[in-house]
Design a protein around this ligand. Structure first.
Ligand SMILES: [Zn+2]
Length: 388
């Protein structure tokens, strides 16, 4: 069965055309707010129901509950606060008189109104408490902690109405949970496993995807790369999607795999981010969720298997499939993990994004034990990595 949305009802806060036209006419009179790009993606995801049951940016009570116990005030598991820090600097001066009871237009970098936010509450954002409680560190070297500490000290909370979708890869918005669920139904899939990723696929990814497709309790696989805010050195979203499409076209049964982007900012919160990413995939209709080693980790902040254990602490209504690190073992002559391979680690072919990037950059051939040639062909094209 396709699971119900988190909390039981798939939220939709997309304005109808009539409302949008009326709003467009009114927008000029409303305070315009250009937030950090993370909040644009979040407004979009609230609007399409990817963050069900959230209908808007969270207020002080919800944030305190999420940070301290990983749950919404009503007890439903939820581990990442979705907040709207009020912009600082010159923008703050202009917004000084805006507060509870007011409505603001959330505007993108090109001046287009993306959403409306009705301000129900203005509250001090305890950024250090969020850093400690969610990311487990206040170290400003952690990317999300750095963003948090750079954000304003005040936040607005309230319901969001989405006027216009935010673009994802290739200038198009990403599919909504309703569209994705419709596709699953039309294809007769009841049990879809979601695969979280941020990079093009190498053989270790392929191995756990194949193990998942082998299961009799899995009908299909949703490959769902997180695109969204990018940084220098990341692959372009189109490249990640094309690399996966090459893998699907040449090596997977196409009638059992779908690849689509998810445009949100990646939260590298280790276990708490892994649980959040699973909840989002449940909203997209996935009843099974693949959790690899050190999912949503960065640096050495998290125990690589804490992201497995958190699924024992919270029941979010979908089944986690937990996989250990996999590798190609020369002795086995096959992909393996410590669960199935008894050989010395020196027999393993090391697969890492770093090694793949270095080999591609130097023009060296990558063995098929690491990367499919059709995927390598996509990654060898010029201009696949963001340079600024
Ligand atoms: Zn072996």
């Amino acid at each position: 069965m396709i699971p119900p949305a988190h909390g039981g009802r798939l939220v939709s806060r997309i304005a109808s055309d009539a409302v949008r036209d009326r709003r467009d006419a009114e927008l000029a009179d409303l305070p315009q707010v250009v937030p950090f790009i993370d909040q644009l993606y979040d407004a979009d995801k609230i609007g399409i129901g990817a963050y069900s049951p959230l209908e808007g940016f969270q207020g002080s009570e919800a944030v305190a509950s999420v940070v301290s116990r990983g749950r919404l005030p009503d007890g439903l598991p939820w581990t990442i606060p979705i907040v709207f820090p009020v912009p600082t600097g010159a923008a703050a001066e202009r917004l000084r008189d805006v507060g509870p009871g007011d409505e603001v237009a959330i505007v993108d970098g090109r001046g287009r109104a993306v959403a409306m936010l009705r301000i129900d509450e203005q509250f001090p954002l305890d950024r250090h408490a969020i850093a400690r409680g969610v990311y487990g560190t206040e170290d400003a070297a952690h990317p999300n902690v750095a963003d948090l500490l750079a954000a304003g000290e005040t936040a607005w909370a309230g319901p969001v109405t989405l006027l216009r979708r935010v673009e994802a890869a290739g200038g198009r918005p990403d599919p909504t949970p309703a569209e994705t669920r419709d596709e699953f139904r039309q294809r007769g899939w009841n049990s879809v496993a979601a695969y979280q990723c941020r990079n093009p696929p190498h053989t270790a990814h392929e191995y756990i995807q194949r193990l998942t497709l082998e299961r009799e309790d899995v009908d299909a696989l949703l490959v769902h790369p997180v695109v969204g805010r990018l940084k220098k050195g990341d692959y372009r979203p189109e490249v990640i999607l094309e690399a996966y499409q090459a893998l699907v076209r040449h090596y997977y049964p196409a009638q059992r795999v779908v690849v689509q982007p998810l445009a949100i900012t990646m939260r590298y919160g280790g276990p708490k981010a892994a649980l959040f990413l699973a909840i989002v995939r449940k909203n997209f209709g996935c009843g099974v969720y693949i959790v690899g080693r050190d999912q949503a980790g960065v640096g050495k902040y998290y125990d690589p298997y804490a992201c497995h254990r958190i699924f024992d602490q919270y029941d979010i209504g979908i089944r986690p499939l937990r996989y250990e690190e996999s590798f190609f073992c020369r002795r086995c002559g096959w992909m393996a993990s410590e669960k199935v391979c008894p050989h010395d680690p020196s027999q393993r072919v090391q697969t890492s994004q770093t090694r793949i990037r270095e080999s591609l950059a130097s023009g060296a051939e990558l063995p098929v034990e690491i990367l499919r040639p059709e995927v390598a062909a996509v990654l060898r094209r010029p201009n696949v990595i963001l340079t600024e």
